[in-house]
Write a protein that binds this ligand. Structure first.
Ligand SMILES: Nc1ncnc2c1ncn2[C@@H]1O[C@H](COP(=O)(O)OP(=O)(O)OP(=O)(O)O)[C@@H](O)[C@H]1O
Ligand SMILES: [Mg+2]
Length: 264
């Protein structure tokens, strides 16, 4: 692997008695795309949120670009500037135009002047294929277009890594493709990306690695053709079979478990 851009070491996170992350070790190299998959509640969002310190880990370390972000003395704002985050909900300001949504954080956080912020906004809108929507308001855009604006807003800050938490889950199926195409382009440009997603086709085609999480641990971590195509663990197989055929999984639930690996 090239130099690790993201390093997670023995990461634990509890909410009260609820141990959500139970010792995560993960290295993501520069330019690498890692898709994180796993059942609801397995800790995928919590892991992403610990990487950019939206959550404070209970134990363990996180490094981004060689800086320990879990160091108590770290400049959190400086760390967050290096990490772009895209959520399921786009969180655009409805009363601001698309351009203003992109220039506001640049001016507030990076102290760029108006002209420079506008130029960088325009570049990044073009990058996501929405140059012509610069003066539109979010309400007039489709969900897929709003998500692409949210991606452009993150990119305008010049991040070293991008974290995506189910960026297409809130979208109508016909709008998913445009967002994934933008992400595919970013991957091709060499952006380091950590993507929580249920889009297995995207994971297979774009990810360098797929990480399967269950119960707050990484169960399996490998190339997509291995983890998705030939999973080694029963828990991974079970998850994938449910994802690919939810109706089948319901039938399966009625059948008593015949062994398997068992949960921790
Ligand atoms: N801020 C919080 N306070 C208390 N509990 C939390 C908090 N955030 C997450 N949890 C709990 O942590 C567990 C894992 O949540 P998380 O959102 O990381 O799962 P996930 O894998 O992203 O699930 P999903 O696929 O549904 O998004 C859940 O039991 C959840 O209730
Ligand atoms: Mg989640």
């Amino acid at each position: 692997m090239s130099r690790p851009e993201i390093s997670v070491r023995d990461l634990h996170k509890s909410f009260g008695d609820n141990q959500v992350l139970r010792g995560i070790d993960l290295e993501i190299g520069q330019g690498e795309v890692v898709c994180v998959i796993g059942p609801s509640g397995s800790g995928k969002s919590t892991l992403l949120r610990c990487v950019n310190l939206l959550e404070e880990p209970t134990k363990g370390q996180v490094f981004v670009g060689g800086t320990e972000v879990t160091d108590p003395d770290v400049d959190i704002d400086a760390v967050r500037r290096r990490i772009g985050m895209v959520f399921q909900q786009f969180n655009l300001f409805p009363h601001l135009s698309v351009t203003e949504n992109l220039t506001l954080p640049q001016r507030r956080v990076l102290k760029r002047d108006k002209a420079q912020a506008a130029r960088i906004a325009a570049e990044n809108l073009a990058r996501v294929g929405l140059a012509e929507k610069a003066d539109a308001y979010p309400a007039s855009l489709s969900g897929g277009q709003q998500q692409r604006v949210a991606i452009a807003r993150a990119l305008a800050m010049g991040p070293e890594v991008m974290l995506f938490d189910e960026p297409t889950s809130a979208l109508d199926p016909e709008l998913v493709g445009d967002v994934l195409a933008v992400m595919r382009g970013l991957a091709r440009e060499g952006m380091t990306m950590m993507v929580v997603t249920h889009e297995m086709t995207f994971a297979r085609e774009v990810a360098d690695r797929v990480v399967f999480m269950d119960g707050g641990v990484i169960v399996e971590d490998g190339r997509p053709d291995q983890v998705i195509g030939a999973p080694r663990h029963e828990r991974t197989r079970h998850f994938l079979s449910r994802l690919l055929d939810p109706a089948m999984a319901e039938v399966e639930e009625d059948v008593p478990d015949q062994g398997g690996t068992g949960r921790p």
